[in-house]
Design a protein. Sequence first.
Length: 288
Amino acid sequence: MVGMEVCRDIASMRRVVQAARGLGRRIGFVPTMGALHRGHISLIEAAQRDAGFVLVSIFVNPTQFGPNEDYGRYPRDERGDLEKCRAAGAEAVFLPGVEEMYPGGARTTIHVSGLSETLCGRHRPGHFDGVATVVAKLFNIVRPDVAYFGRKDAQQLAIVRRMARDLDMGIEIVGCPIVREPDGLAMSSRNAYLAPEDRERATSIHGALLEGRRRILSGECDATSVRGAMMRVLSAGRPSTIDYVSVVDPETLAEVERVGGAVLLAIAAHFGTTRLIDNELVERAESQ
Ligand code: AMP
């Protein structure tokens, strides 16, 4: 690989992609908000394995943050991120500023109904409209063959998949496994905010997911009792707020009453002032 292209404007990004496509390369795209960690790197590696030309975008998108959320203090590390992209084998990075992405604001919004209002959508109004819209913009700029998203953000993945399908974008959407710290905490750029005591307690999120999984795999069918068991484990970690502990259908994201074949266990909770999310897909043979 000869140097990595770093593009800050849409026109030069398009030129780089066109050149790669002209060489017959398949374009793999990894959209991120930066402060890259091993979770992000795993997406870049997945893209490299099956796409070829890997393009990473780093853009802290203001429209997906609520007025009292952490847009202003979201961790930013441009130099470190570029180094990590280079080391992971990315061939291009798109690093637009807010003015480049939203010159004079924007009047068009993509809303994926049904999937955007539940779970995190209930607690972060407008969040997924911001996500869907910026992902659509990035897709239009990059026009990738395939795009990679982490299952860590399961609702986001479901929304992006649905948007790509509904709008016939012709882009393959690949979901990648959740990368965790050795003690089970899902990697997140926001983990950097956690005070040491909160960092330790936050492992109760994964503990609660494992408890839910254990119960389901041992035959429990009543979603309310699974939720209750998860809630007890999570509460033992003393989160400052619990947004939700949910047992949902993996596709519709609607709460289920009885556990059938596959369910998504999903949690959002605050430790100190840090909001964390995590989930676990549990698949059980129908005969159980
Ligand atoms: P973000 O920078 O947080 O917007 O995340 C960019 C992409 O990385 C999204 O597709 C996330 O789902 C994915 N991602 C973030 N954390 C993880 C993780 N721990 N494991 C796998 N993918 C992740």
